[in-house]
Design a protein around this ligand. Structure first.
Ligand SMILES: NC(=O)c1ccc[n+]([C@@H]2O[C@H](COP(=O)([O-])OP(=O)(O)OC[C@H]3O[C@@H](n4cnc5c(N)ncnc54)[C@H](O)[C@@H]3O)[C@@H](O)[C@H]2O)c1
Length: 361
């Protein structure tokens, strides 16, 4: 039987979810957006038969839905996921999982209770480079990853001023929570160890400076709230003795936008990196995926060639959700992993606030 999916949120990210669900053979059965114009436009574009403005109504009326995809601003992730899980639906939820670890914990409990799948869109795990690197890691060719460095850094990339992105109450935070992908990816490569300590600092130097606005995001909102960080730097120690450092920024004096994870394993090191062009993916953008080994007395750099992928795994990630609930693939992520990631994010803000290392255990 075809998997029937209800979409909540017909904004910028819908195109990737729609393409991934279709690639997995699922049926886009309903779209719900409180903005009726957006819902109608999406229904026309993707041939979706049912349109709603209220998710509760959609869940009440369409008992036959198998799964719900949540593509709305961060503050709504927890309530919409719990509502959908309580209605007996599998849930695919955009990142960040929620505003904080407590909320993710509630979502995980709802999924356990409903015995339904809850997955998050950590789409960078679905990039061809990520699949390739995981193969080497799973084959034991990297060995235990002792240390990793995660970066998503921008020079002028604030996603609009005063909208939900820059309002902590609505977003949960700034670049640390918005660009959490590389911290997640590094931990994915490290086999998701449990974090024990975080020492971190946040900065907000340019957060009100319109000169640091990026090409992505939503329109500015006059007199809106702008109370999140513009950059975060931190160091995490895991219970296993592995360590991770991270740098995340929307606005900072960096040379260019870099999205990367570098790691040092006991057998080999490696790197996955996208250097963006001046205006996103222009001809100066560079993708790299490498392994570093010692062979026959020499240092050898292996360059892993993968197919080109502009969308950073977004379509493949949505496809993996459908294939996971249908038992065709292993899920690329779990609620426990999301919880550990959110604990690191919470502890980063706590460490920045107190000026102290935070003991997570
Ligand atoms: N994985 C990625 O690469 C990636 C990239 C960008 C954004 N995102 C995430 O996707 C989510 C959505 O971002 P976006 O850029 O698509 O936002 P958007 O503002 O373009 O779209 C959100 C839509 O949700 C609707 N909406 C809000 N609350 C609703 C509710 N309670 N019920 C029904 N509809 C509701 C809005 O009307 C809007 O049309 C965010 O959590 C963001 O962090 C992920």
């Amino acid at each position: 039987m075809t998997t029937k999916i209800g979409i909540i949120g017909a904004g910028g990210m819908l195109q990737y979810h729609a393409a991934g669900f279709k690639a997995a053979g699922a049926d886009l059965f309903a779209v719900c957006d409180m903005n009726q114009v957006a819902a109608k436009k999406a229904a026309d574009e993707y041939g979706i038969p049912h349109i709603f403005s209220d998710s509760e109504k959609m869940l009440d009326e369409l008992g036959e839905l198998d799964a719900v995809s949540i593509i709305t601003p961060n503050r709504t992730h927890r309530p919409l996921a719990i509502q959908s899980l309580n209605a007996g639906k599998h849930v695919f939820c955009e990142k960040p999982p929620a505003l904080n670890a407590e909320e993710v914990s509630q979502m995980k409990s709802a999924a356990d209770q409903a015995e339904k799948t809850l997955m998050f869109n950590f789409n960078n795990r679905a990039r061809p480079e990520s699949y390739a690197l995981r193969k080497y890691i799973e084959a034991g060719e990297v060995g235990r990853i002792n240390s990793a460095q995660a970066k998503w850094i921008r020079r002028t990339g604030i996603p609009g001023f005063g909208g939900w992105f820059t309002n902590k109450e609505l977003s949960g935070g700034g670049p640390l929570i918005d660009l959490l992908h590389m911290v997640d990816l590094a931990m994915f490569y490290m086999d998701y160890p449990a974090p024990s300590y975080v020492l971190a600092q946040t900065f907000n130097d340019f957060i009100e400076n319109k000169g640091f606005k990026g090409p992505w995001g939503i329109p500015d909102v006059q007199d809106g709230v702008t109370d999140v960080e513009s950059a975060a730097h931190g160091f995490v120690r895991f219970e296993t003795g592995q360590v991770l450092s991270f740098q995340v920024s929307w606005a900072e004096m960096n040379k260019r936008e870099e999205v990367s994870v570098t790691f040092q394993g006991q057998k080999s090191g490696g790197m996955i990196r996208r250097l963006f062009g001046a205006d996103g993916l222009d001809e100066t953008a560079i993708d790299d995926c490498e392994l570093y080994v010692q062979e026959h007395g020499r240092s050898v750099n292996r360059s892993i060639i993968t197919e080109e992928n502009q969308d950073m795994g977004r379509v493949r990630s949505a496809e993996n959700f459908v294939r996971s609930i249908n038992g065709e693939e292993k899920p690329l992520n779990t609620p426990d992993q999301a919880l550990n990631l959110m604990r690191i994010i919470d502890s980063t803000y706590e460490s920045a606030r107190t000026g102290r290392p935070v003991d997570i255990a």
